[in-house]
Design a protein around this ligand. Structure first.
Ligand code: CFN
Ligand code: HCA
Length: 538
């Protein structure tokens, strides 16, 4: 409402006024109140103000943890101190099913375990040793090397080592990633580096992909909590052949033959759009955006894929599958929705889930009061093609590998340059840009790279019935007496994708917003002054 919007505007100013003038100027552009204006914009993908307590991760996390981490048969060696390898070891809950040969290295954590003397005298010898050892023990198809911050600072040449060892082995693809944590402004730079190297060293090296009538790749689905398993099953039921997934439950052979697919379906645009763009340029494979989070969204995505192939037989099969699956979904919603209707939430996650999960809350009749990405770019927010400004380019500063591809493919004008509204008017869904802001109500908050302070203020003022974010926020939020659901790792839950996943989600959120325990969280001395006095005295 207009009143809600006015309150939101005033409240935003009270949050912002605590900042020094320079910080205020910057944060104001990243902390906005949603207006009806379809051209409303936000500043994103810029450097975090030092000391503000961001929830962001680093370039290495985006490259090694996110894009390459879920691939089971590449040995991923972290070149750096042990903490980087350890903390990116399956904490994301990316799952896999080893294929017939049982090859799965995800249960191992490979690292060169750099020490002080390697920083002083160089770490190249150590890295060569590690690659050799991994090869001798496992004889994998591929070994990938990931640079951490100190590697860039001391100048170890990981690419030369990879090239030489690949030549020496002859039967093992070795490639490296200059994904030092400090590069760019967030995980986002790491996604780009990962995409470029996979495209350069792997895609197109095998013609032996899966065959079928409707062949697709699923890009930007990482099988967190088993999401990709649900989607795989659904696609199979519809008669759609999955050639590769980037990179949930994937194998290197699937990447190698992914150029044989007819269509790229992008689930998380932020992390993988570069691969889609390069495949379109080099192999002429078109792409569409899909979203399998939410029952409605899943049905819409299946229809979108069927519509692309323009085959009545496929369209009929997809409708049958949707009709079959929706029965279970509706039965559960009928039971649960009366309890969740009108409840509220806030979502602050990475670069696509803060948008995707709004579908699931809508289905429960819940209102999203505030949402934002840690590292989304303007197109992820605004739902339309946004040309880069100098600020956006800060992402790729110091990243040499990016230069060529970036100029030629990343910002090439496309046929979907038009706004979402224009596309809809023309009845177009193909390659449309969809984003977070068009889905959000007037008067809600859209916050990029939220700081811890801003998060606390929002919670204290609006007390949402459930708050969604990651591990850094989790316990602070719970201590404020608000239930907290991790949208990164799903805590111990999931899958939440597809129809089966939607049902899991409805039940989980129902339990969380209905729980009475959060009202009991205050310590006795906070409520009772006498007790408080005694507590202080003793
Ligand atoms: S699985 Fe994805 S969906 S890949 Fe990305 S932008 Fe991260 S690891 Mo955390 S949960 Fe998150 Fe997204 Fe794409 Fe995950 S919202 S922050 S880098 N993300
Ligand atoms: C990362 C991975 C992460 C972190 C999650 C969190 C993930 O960015 O390094 O902060 O809870 O999903 O595991 O996003």
């Amino acid at each position: 409402s207009e009143k809600g919007k006015m309150k939101a505007d005033i409240f935003r100013d009270t949050i912002m006024e605590k900042y020094p003038p320079k910080v205020l100027k910057k944060r104001k552009k990243q902390f906005i109140v949603r207006e009806a204006d379809p051209e409303q914009s936000i500043q994103a993908n810029v450097r975090t103000v030092p000391g503000i307590i961001t929830q962001r991760g680093c370039c290495y996390a985006g490259c090694k943890g996110v894009v390459l981490g879920p691939t089971r048969d590449i040995i991923n060696i972290t070149h750096g101190p042990i903490g980087c390898g350890f903390y990116s070891w399956l904490t994301r809950r990316n799952q896999t099913r080893p294929g017939d040969n049982g090859e799965n290295y995800m249960t191992y954590c490979f690292s060169t375990d750099m020490q002080d003397q390697n920083i002083v005298f160089g770490g190249e010898k150590l890295l060569r040793q590690a690659v050799q050892e991994a090869y001798d023990i496992f004889h994998p198809k591929a070994i990938a090397i990931f640079s951490t911050c100190p590697v860039g600072l001391i100048g170890d040449d990981v690419h030369v080592i990879a090239r030489e060892m690949k030549e020496q082995f002859g039967d093992c693809n070795v490639f490296a990633f200059s994904c030092e944590g400090y590069k760019g402004v967030s995980q986002s730079a790491g996604h780009h580096i990962a995409n470029n190297q996979i495209f350069k060293h792997v895609v197109g090296t095998s013609e032996e992909g899966r065959t079928g009538r409707y062949k697709i790749n699923l890009l930007g689905e990482y099988n967190i909590g088993g999401d990709a398993f649900v989607i795989e099953e659904l696609l199979e039921k519809c008669g759609i052949t999955l050639v590769s997934t980037y990179s949930g439950n994937s194998s290197i052979d699937q990447f190698a033959s992914s150029h044989t697919a007819d269509l790229n379906c992008i689930m998380c645009h932020r992390s993988i759009n570069y691969v889609a763009g390069m495949m379109e340029t080099k192999y002429g494979i078109p792409w569409i955006k899909v979203n399998f989070i939410g029952a409605e969204a899943t049905a819409k995505s299946l229809r979108k894929i069927a519509a692309y192939f323009e085959e009545p037989e496929l369209e009929k099969r997809v409708e049958e599958v949707i009709a079959e699956e929706i029965v279970g979904v509706e039965a559960v919603l009928e039971e649960i929705r009366p309890r969740t209707e009108g409840k509220t939430t806030m979502l602050f996650v990475g670069g696509s889930r803060a948008h995707h999960y709004q579908e699931l809350f809508k289905e429960l009749g819940m209102e999203v009061l505030a949402a934002g990405y840690e590292f989304g770019h303007r197109d992820d927010y605004e739902g339309r093609r946004v040309l880069p400004s100098i600020k956006v380019d800060a992402d790729s500063r110091n990243i040499e590998e990016l230069k060529v591809e970036q100029d030629t493919e990343r910002y090439r004008p496309r046929k979907d340059e038009s706004s979402r509204e224009e596309l809809e008017q023309q009845g177009l869904s193909f390659s449309s840009y969809e984003g977070l802001m068009p889905e959000m109500e007037n008067g809600s908050f859209v916050v990029d790279d939220i700081s811890h302070y801003e998060m606390e203020r929002l919670i204290l003022e609006y007390r949402p019935d459930v708050f969604c974010a990651g591990i850094k926020e989790k316990f602070c939020v719970q201590k404020m007496g608000v239930p907290m659901k991790q949208l990164h790792s799903y805590d111990y839950g999931g899958p939440y994708a597809g129809f089966a996943g939607a049902i899991n989600w409805y039940r989980e959120i129902d339990r969380m917003v209905g729980s009475k325990v959060w009202g009991l969280i205050g310590a006795p001395w906070e409520k009772n002054r006498t007790l408080h006095g005694r507590f202080v005295a003793t």
